[in-house]
Design a protein around this ligand. Structure first.
Ligand code: BTN
Length: 266
């Protein structure tokens, strides 16, 4: 691996034109998991937009309790949101984060697409994942912590054997290192835009951009949920971010959560 520059908050803050995100950063050389730290900070009252960022994680977590390999060179961070909205709207936060990641990556000239609900892929290989964790009290959101992992300047040798052909990095795609500071700045700018739309209840702005960047819609997919495995053509998402499948008998099924695999398009 090449020698890495650091992602110091002072660098990220330079020329950053945001009001919600990036005023308060917590930077670490190494942590267990930035999501865990962000949750602790949120429990202690940290404000919306607080970012926890690190060079490497020793206990990075993915969805479904999976391990997230987080070597130096990647972009590993979490941020705190406090939307005054029903927890039912939380899936939209995950979608809009996927949009912001995909757009930030597209800024480097790569054709990043979103796989439902929130993986970002380049040529069907995963380059980024998002882990959203929410703390609620009855029907109010106390906070949402969103963790983002982007395989930025990461060599493919670090990917787990079982995921090697389904994983990529920006370095792998571009054959050169990128500036993680530039990537982070552009993510935060995009995030500010879409999260502000979300807070203004302009969910359509998020949903339409998600659809535009989606690699899932129009594909035949297999969805695994704890209860079942189901296949069909992904035809739409509903206003709450659930995926709508058309099954082989022509019936429609709405899927709220699950692990999605793309098969083919037609
Ligand atoms: C997934 O696709 O399974 C989600 C991966 C999320 C990884 C990021 S890295 C920063 C933050 N801290 C964690 O422990 N996980 C998220």
């Amino acid at each position: 691996m090449s020698v890495q520059d650091s992602i110091f908050p002072e660098e990220i803050k330079k020329n950053l034109n945001t009001t919600i995100f990036g005023e308060k950063f917590h930077y670490f050389e190494e942590v267990g998991s930035t999501n865990r730290i962000a949750r602790e900070l949120a429990d202690d009252g940290a404000k919306e937009g607080t970012v926890v960022i690190c060079e490497t994680q020793s206990d990075g977590r993915g969805r479904l309790s999976r391990t997230w390999i987080s070597p130096r060179g990647g972009l590993w961070f979490s941020f705190i949101l406090r939307p005054q909205m029903s927890p039912k709207k939380a899936p939209i936060v995950t979608l809009l984060t996927g949009v912001a990641v995909a757009k930030a990556i597209r800024g480097f000239g790569l054709d990043a697409k979103i796989k439902w609900p929130n993986d970002v892929l380049i040529n069907e290989r995963k380059v980024s994942g998002i882990l959203t964790e929410m703390d609620t009290d009855s029907d109010v959101v106390n906070y949402i912590v969103v963790g983002v992992g982007i395989n930025a300047n990461v060599d493919r040798t670090v990917f787990l054997e079982e995921f090697k052909d389904r994983t990529t990095s920006l370095k792998e795609e571009l054959k050169t290192d990128i500036s993680r500071v530039d990537l982070m700045q552009s993510f935060l700018q995009e995030m500010e835009h879409y999260y502000t739309s979300f807070k203004n209840k302009d969910f359509e702005c998020v949903i339409s951009e998600w659809k535009r960047l989606s690699g899932t819609l129009g594909s035949h997919v297999r969805i695994e949920t704890p209860a079942e495995e189901i296949e069909g053509k992904a035809i739409d998402i509903n206003p709450d971010g659930a995926l709508i499948l058309e099954l082989s008998d022509g019936s429609k099924k709405t899927i709220f959560a699950g692990d999605c695999t793309h098969a083919h398009r037609n």
